[in-house]
Design a protein around this ligand. Sequence first.
Ligand SMILES: c1cc(-c2cnc[nH]2)ccn1
Length: 245
Amino acid sequence: MRFDVITLFPEMVHGLLGHGVMGRAVDRGLIELVTWNPRDYSEDRHATVDDRPYGGGPGMVMKVEPLRTTIRAARAAAAAAPVIYLSPDGERLDGPRVRRLAQDRRVILLCGRYEGIDERLIDEEVDQSLSIGDYVLSGGELPAMVVMDAVARLVPGVLGHAESASQDAFADGLLDCPHYTRPEWIDDRRVPAVLLSGDHQAVARWRLKQALGRTLEKRPDLLDQRGVSDDEQALLDEYRAGHQG
Ligand SMILES: c1cc(-c2cnc[nH]2)ccn1
């Protein structure tokens, strides 16, 4: 999977892929990151990339050029990759959209700054806009890193078997089950006995029951969207019986 990121702050983005799982994936050639800085494509000696907004108002707007030249350079290097603009008014990033992006071999992530990008560039060069939430950030770099992290986890080989993304929350449309590790006791609170039983089938059923119950309690909308099997409904009934009061 190759990510081409258009950003005024390449060092921010490289920071994500220098550590942990992502860093190892880059070292192993499973993930490739190429950054493109519009300042390197500006024609004037001040490397201007923004200007005042027509119609007045606060802040600055990113100019069509040198951004368009940068996008076209990235497109030329990352053939057929979609250009995705990170923007609060984009489609909301969710599990299905992450899984769809993970099918692409390459994506170009366009990070805006200031008040945003000249609309004519968006009309002409952007294939899709994505939002990570209903709030405004200082730029598109953090959302781009969220996208890269979520997508990279789904690239075969990035997560070892032990960390398999299939166990992730939302992988099957549910919230995650609770997790515990040593020590067995914290004050008067012990790890649930089933997790100490060594009965893998019982542990799996307990984890599914907890994931179903927590999803019902915290995100019933997800459960409505996903639906539940008869067996899962029985587990939910058990969960609710055990959580009365
Ligand atoms: C995606 C992008 C943004 C954003 C880009 N520039 C300022 N905020 C916010 C949320 N999701």
